[in-house]
Ligand binder design. Structure first.
Ligand SMILES: Cc1cc2nc3c(=O)[nH]c(=O)nc-3n(C[C@H](O)[C@H](O)[C@H](O)COP(=O)(O)O)c2cc1C
Length: 357
């Protein structure tokens, strides 16, 4: 029985299909509940939401589904480079980006001071609302939090981009490891070595992780159809986590233009770049990401400063429909994406799998 895996048993879901969380404001309650109600597991990315908003979102999800779903947070980086960012670094950054601001005829901004949410307070909300699953990216939460999650019966997941990270996740007592190959859309979740030094394809990473850890492995990166799910299950993964294909559906919170780019009839070309946010991430290739393949990336500011610095450039490029400065996040799906409805996408994943198995 293809749809009986360790993940389906432990998560009490019908199919080993997980809609990956989207950070920023790309997740939606509707998408999460549709996927969970269809027998998969929906996930909501909460990195940019306040503790009070987390309580509200969880309440909304619970109103729409009584099935398994996940809430997702970003673990703060140890030795965050943003803590040591200096005025002189910012002057270099301004020089690097002046031509782009000049081209759009807008002034360079002053050094931004972006606020990020307090992880400790966000986790308080998660512990209070007790979602069935709490998933994490960019690291492993402190051991006291892992114990609290266990005490409250909340299943935990954390993302690894290398075998070393997967082993550390298992040793910390997390219940599931999400093995995120370099094809995946959005940020690279690396937290031991630099993301640039932690690029392993989904297939290779699953092989390595399945052979060396005992907790169930969820495969992420480039999975877009039922055949891909069959492949990763054969390799020993317990479920597939799909991001980009769900991001393209009506129910996600991505913009209409973003979705239309993801649903293009041509295979999507992507770049891994730090230029948009200061952390390495996969997005549809454009002139800005291509330019920075050749330029000195050292001068790009760390997250979240880089993202805040580019905000005026993003705003004007959307207003003027010159989309060369906007990040359209995307992975490298194995096939052209065609489903506009989450329901259709989900049913096709199940149907395609059944057809070939
Ligand atoms: C726009 C976007 C935002 C994402 N944000 C998060 C996040 O906040 N937390 C997380 O654990 N994963 C995040 N991911 C990763 C996805 O949940 C998923 O693992 C990944 O997209 C799978 O690869 P695929 O895009 O090739 O399907 C994000 C992915 C995308 C495309």
């Amino acid at each position: 029985m293809w749809n009986k895996t360790q993940a389906t048993e432990l998560l009490k879901i019908k199919y080993p299909i997980i809609q990956g969380p989207f950070g920023g404001t790309f997740s939606s309650v509707k998408l999460v509940s549709i996927v969970s109600n269809l027998g998969g597991m929906g996930s909501f990315g909460l990195n940019s939401y306040s503790p009070v908003e987390i309580l509200e979102i969880d309440k909304e999800i619970k109103q729409l589904t009584n099935k398994t779903y996940a809430l997702n947070l970003w673990v703060p980086l140890k030795n965050d480079p943003a803590d040591n960012y200096e005025k002189k670094d910012f002057e270099e950054l301004k020089k690097l980006f002046k031509p782009y601001f000049d081209k759009m005829k807008i002034p360079l901004p002053e050094i931004p001071n972006p606020k990020t949410q307090d992880f400790e307070m966000q986790i308080e909300s998660i512990l209070k609302t007790k979602p069935p699953v709490a998933s994490f990216i960019f690291g492993i939460p402190p051991k006291e939090i892992i114990s609290e999650l266990k005490r409250r019966g909340i299943t935990s997941m954390a993302t690894a981009t290398t075998l070393e990270e997967a082993v550390m996740i298992e040793e910390a007592g997390i219940d599931f490891v999400v093995a995120s190959g370099s094809e995946a859309g959005g940020h690279r979740a690396s937290f031991i070595k630099l993301a640039e030094e932690s690029l392993t394809s989904t297939h290779l990473l699953i092989h390595q992780v399945v052979d060396n850890v005992n907790i169930p492995v969820i495969a992420a990166g480039g999975i877009s159809n039922g055949r891909d799910i069959a492949d990763i299950l054969k390799l020993g993964a317990s479920a597939a986590q799909i991001g980009t294909a769900f991001l393209a559906t009506n129910e996600s919170n991505a913009s209409t233009i973003h979705k239309s780019k993801l649903l293009s009839n041509e295979p999507i070309k992507t770049d891994l770049t730090k230029v948009y946010t200061g952390r390495l991430a996969r997005a549809i290739s454009n002139n800005l990401s291509k330019d920075f393949e050749k330029k000195n990336n050292e001068r790009i500011a760390p997250y979240p400063i880089q993202s805040a610095f580019l905000k005026p450039l993003r705003k004007i490029s959307i207003e003027q429909n010159k989309l060369d400065y906007v990040a359209f996040w995307s992975g490298q799906p194995s096939s052209i994406l065609k489903y506009k409805s989450a329901n259709q996408l989900f049913n096709s994943l199940v149907y395609e799998f059944l057809e070939i198995s």
